[in-house]
Design a protein around this ligand. Sequence first.
Ligand SMILES: Cc1ncc(COP(=O)(O)O)c(C=O)c1O
Length: 432
Amino acid sequence: MEMRAVFESRDAADRSWRVFPAGSNGEYGLPQELSVVLRRGDGCRVWDVSGREFLDFTMGWGSVLLGHGHSGVTAAVIGQAPLGSNFAHVNEHSLRLAERLVEISPACEQVRFCASGTEATMHCLRLARAFRRRAGILKFEGAYHGSHDVGTTSLFGREFRRFPEPEPLGGSMPVGEQQVMRVAPFNDAETAADLIAAHAEDLAAVICEPLHRCLPPEPGFLQAVREACTRHGVLLIFDEVVTGFRLALGGAQERYGVVPDLVAYGKAIGGGYPLGVYGGRTSIMALVEEQRIADSDYVWTASTVGGNPVSSAAALAVLDAVSEPDFYPDLHAMGEFLREGMRRVLADAGRAACVIGDGPLAQVVFRPGPVRNSREIWQGDPGAGRRMMLGLFERGVFLNPMGTKLYLSAAHDREACEDFLERFADALAGIS
Ligand SMILES: Cc1ncc(COP(=O)(O)O)c(C=O)c1O
């Protein structure tokens, strides 16, 4: 790389530390000396301002499922952009999108749009509380539902509190909110069902990432949670922000065969453009109808850019692409190829580690498997996970070193995965 380009790239990275806290827009946790500022992406690759190329294994935190610069999504955006970016009103693209989503998503008779996954889960929680007229929420330890207080409760296990006591993350959560939160271990049907039964009187909802971060549900677990919720009149919310349109066209609902009462989508559906979706059956969604504003169970849900015609056009192009017959078989085959390859590399390196994931997702856990829940993952060696991710970053793999989850896209082929596996082996050799 030319010296000038190196200086420009360092300068841009240092500037980012002056205007963004920790030099980032959240979550990256990269040390300053590794910081980069990106300029462009194509397929499964991104380039920084100096022209340095990275193999992308985070893909906009999973929002760019089809690959960077996908021709269908790009054409849809270019087609709409000159015709108006936002009307804050139902438009022909958002209407068609809503019609398709209601067809695709088993839980959704009606939907509304917002701009992110955080908003989508927040609206589901508020709807559940108003519908049930209860404040309590149960979540699974280690789950992330967006950057609100419920979403980040017990996200990282530092204290390993006794279930169902929540562990707030940082200082933003009011005591009152903590008092109504309950936390259960993922993949432990008995404990979850017992807690739902014990707290049924004040629980509005159970919120769940059906693929818990990167950990698949054991057979029967989601079904048992569904059953307990139904028995005790507690709503079940699926946070499909990661799984939606990624594990199957019908998301985790289709993949794992369980239908929740409310569902939140984000990430992949927008093709990288801002879009969140929440939906459920009409009797619940009716609470947001504006003519009910004077009712005590009314839920306010306005979103200025939610359902804007550019994001909606992009989403329709995403749905066209993922509706191709080979889309999901190919995506799953590539995910399995990657996970198997990583297992082989770890075994060759003599590492006591396991690889978890489903569909186009993978994560290394530095402890022998199988692992069932977040606490077991944390009891491994998360430090080794971070060192490995930073080692990969240094070797030109773009990823989120904090997230530990690797995202494939439809643009990743065998060659890209094999290239990754070589760098993975090299990075492993470099860490203790
Ligand atoms: C499962 C899950 N829910 C919600 C969110 C929040 O989505 P957003 O970052 O679009 O607000 C995320 C983001 O990573 C997520 O992984």
